[in-house]
Design a protein around this ligand. Structure first.
Ligand SMILES: Cc1cc2nc3c(=O)[nH]c(=O)nc-3n(C[C@H](O)[C@H](O)[C@H](O)COP(=O)(O)O)c2cc1C
Length: 390
């Protein structure tokens, strides 16, 4: 398939992506006191080397209180800039674009890691700043029965937090990131402000829909004062949260955010309750794509689709049908960091091995020319008695 959309370049503001494949933010639970480790370099590096156009570093917290669990990355101090810049340099060396997501877990902070049950952490002596890590939220309303009641933020603290997001954006710029995403989804702090369920404030940050949108709007303004005009800004939303916030609200918010300098809405779902993302509907391939299509059409803004997008032709069709402008491939790229190379092969894109660094692309290309396989061997039938692949 020559001339795919998936492998066509795209320019957002002053940043050119070589293709539409994005590695979405994925927590690595591997930071030390908020600082990135070699794991992060390896992780971002392998995705960049695998050929993705944009690699977005995981939700990186704008303040200590916002850390979700053990090993969260931080960006609440200037000391984080230099170590984060190491990741950026390496992503750039692989001819990819470097993004970072800024986040704050709010009332879902101080939890165990997912494979430990995703529940509140118990105090242990090895966490030496336990009290500084106390969960805060728009209102003193727990996420669910098993979660602690968070401290409601004072009005002045909300204002300080807005500035914390702005300062984090400045640091992300100083570290050299090209793209920034604000985490407004999955039941974390920004989403807690948006949802009537978690936001019962009586000041200008609660009550009406426009008041509940004020926090993310002010954050966007603060971020844009520090984040240069030539760099793209994304916001991830739970476009449907099955608890009162849905596509219509999301499209209204997207319009406001667009006017404040947001370029792309990254369309996810769920997280404000313990329910599965799209309640009552089957979780299937592309299950969140209709949310992306709705926001794109109704808010006239670029969107990124995410969620069980696994196959190259599936990704291409989403773009062809104008349901999204960018495709995020999460768990499948964990499974196969060279997914962009494989998708290029499968879609018949010219020069599929040129999409990855020559250190390995050159060798795979010359081997393929001699007829020795392109698809991963483990899924081929193996050799027959004549020593040939069946
Ligand atoms: C290990 C892991 C960590 C994740 N961490 C984040 C994160 O930091 N921020 C975020 O917005 N979403 C996070 N997500 C959600 C992914 O970005 C993505 O939306 C989700 O995995 C669905 O896409 P997929 O079906 O392609 O995996 C994470 C997902 C995984 C599997």
């Amino acid at each position: 398939m020559p001339g795919t959309l998936l492998f066509s370049p795209m320019t957002i503001r002053g940043v050119e992506l070589k293709n539409r494949i994005v590695v979405p933010p994925m927590h690595q639970y591997s930071a030390q006191k908020g600082f990135p480790t070699d794991w992060h370099l390896m992780n971002a590096g392998k995705f960049a080397a695998g050929g993705a156009g944009l690699v977005v570093v995981e939700s990186t917290k704008v303040e200590r209180r916002g850390c979700g669990t053990i090993g969260d990355l931080g960006i609440w101090d200037d000391a984080f800039v230099e170590p984060l810049s190491r990741l950026v340099k390496f992503i750039h060396q692989q001819n990819s674009v470097a993004g970072i997501q800024l986040g704050h877990s709010g009332r879902k902070a101080r939890a165990t890691r997912p494979w430990e049950g995703d529940r509140p952490l118990q105090r242990t002596p090895d966490i030496d700043d336990w009290d500084a890590w106390s969960p805060v939220a728009p209102s003193a309303v727990a996420h669910s029965e098993k979660w602690p009641v968070p401290k409601a933020l004072e009005r002045s603290e909300v204002k300080d937090l807005v500035q914390a997001w702005g300062n984090a954006a400045r640091r992300a710029h100083e570290a050299g990131f090209d793209m920034l995403e604000l985490h407004g989804a999955h039941g974390y702090l920004v989403h807690q402000f948006l949802s009537e369920r978690s936001n019962q404030r009586t000041d200008e940050y609660g009550g009406s829909e426009s008041n509940r949108m004020r926090f993310i709007t002010e954050i966007t303004e603060a971020v844009r004062t520090h984040w240069p005009d030539h760099k793209p800004l994304f916001v991830r939303l739970s476009v449907e949260d099955n608890a009162g916030w849905g596509p219509e609200q999301s499209a209204r918010l997207a319009k406001i955010l667009k006017a404040k300098g947001v370029d792309v809405i990254d369309c996810s779902s769920g997280g404000i309750t313990e329910m599965e993302p799209i309640l009552g509907k089957e979780i299937k391939y592309s299950y969140q794509v209709p949310l992306s299509e709705y926001v794109k059409l109704n808010a006239d803004i670029m969107t990124m689709a995410v969620g069980l997008i696994i196959h190259g032709d599936q990704a291409e069709q989403i773009l062809q049908h104008k349901q999204a402008d960018l495709i995020a491939v999460g768990r499948e790229i964990l499974n196969n960091p060279n997914w962009p190379m494989d998708a290029a092969l499968k879609l018949g894109v010219e020069g599929p091995f040129r999409n990855v660094p020559p250190q390995f692309g050159y060798w795979l290309g010359t081997r393929a020319k001699r007829g020795f396989g392109t698809q991963p061997s483990t899924w081929q039938s193996g050799l027959n008695e004549a020593g040939k692949v069946e």
